[in-house]
Design a protein around this ligand. Structure first.
Ligand code: DGL
Length: 283
């Protein structure tokens, strides 16, 4: 069983793509709605909450957990992988959503931090990155893209309040207004017309149509769910020990109240909208 973790409902956009691409895998999703959004929290608290969430999924039988949250991946993944996992759960794995995106943006494999002079240079382009304030402040995307493809210009746009609006099912009008404002600001910051845009927060694809209509016509909007699904498929081929064939069962757990999770306006299929109550707390 593969675990998928997010601060709330955003990771469902990743889960939906994983389930569609790998229908034979069983997935267990945990949304930490009781503590969402993470964007307002200290880095220390984000590491702690992410560790608790991952541990809950491990204890429920997952051997591999995907952090379907850019904020948790940017702030906590490295610390957990290096300082906690080998000691607490050797043999289990945690993967994030940032690595596949950096690879997709640059065309350079993660392992190749500094492609040599002879390596083919990714063409210079400007990409808009919409993310939470925490992800932007972490500088993780900027740093990792610059190491692999210094001629790619990444224009970051923090979107405070957007995760809260999506979690709170703010409704079409306020969401559209908020997104139009952020897109406008990002286009002004970019100056010339960008080549593509990326939603670097897993909540944002739940409002993807508003981004599409606010961005200049025809601009490519990179899909993080599809990129992550392709990457996980490749990972499971290389590491078949984590690819336990199941029946395609998907269960959704929330640390909050299932009735409070509002996904009524989302495009997600009904079986990806039904949450079960709080899981037993990892100790
Ligand atoms: N879905 C999370 C992300 O991808 C949202 C983080 C938050 O809760 O602020 O960044």
């Amino acid at each position: 069983m593969i675990g998928v973790f997010d601060s709330g409902s955003g990771g469902l956009t990743i889960l939906e793509a994983l389930h569609r691409r790998m229908p034979e895998q069983d997935f267990l999703y945990l949304g930490d709605h009781a503590n969402a959004p993470y964007g307002h929290r200290s880095n220390e608290r984000i590491v702690e909450l992410t560790r608790e969430g991952v541990e809950t999924l491990f204890k429920a039988g997952c051997s591999l957990v995907i952090l379907a949250c850019n904020t948790a991946a940017a702030v906590a993944l490295r610390t957990l992988q290096q300082k906690w996992l080998p000691r607490a759960y050797p043999g289990r794995r945690i993967l994030g959503v940032l690595v596949p995106m950096v690879e997709a943006i640059t065309g350079v494999p993660w392992s190749q931090e500094h492609p040599g002079e002879s390596a083919a240079k990714p063409t210079g382009k400007t990409i808009l990155l919409f993310a939470t304030q925490k992800t932007v402040n972490s500088g993780a995307y900027l740093e990792e893209v610059a190491k692999r493809a210094p001629n790619i210009r990444l224009v970051q746009k923090a979107c405070p309040g957007l995760v809260d609006a999506i979690e709170g099912a703010a409704g079409a009008r306020p969401l559209k207004g908020l997104i139009e404002g952020y897109v406008q600001e990002a286009l002004e910051d970019a100056g010339s017309k960008p080549d593509a845009a990326l939603l670097g927060c897993t909540h944002f694809p739940l409002a993807r149509p508003y981004f599409e209509s606010a961005l200049p016509m025809g601009m490519e909007l990179l899909s993080q769910p599809n990129v992550v699904a392709t990457s996980l498929e490749g990972y499971l081929k290389r590491h078949p020990e984590f690819a336990h064939k199941g029946t395609g069962r998907v269960r959704l757990l929330t640390t909050g109240k299932p009735g409070d999770v509002n996904l009524s306006d989302s495009y997600l299929p009904p079986h990806l909208c039904e949450f079960e109550g709080p899981p037993a707390k990892a100790v």
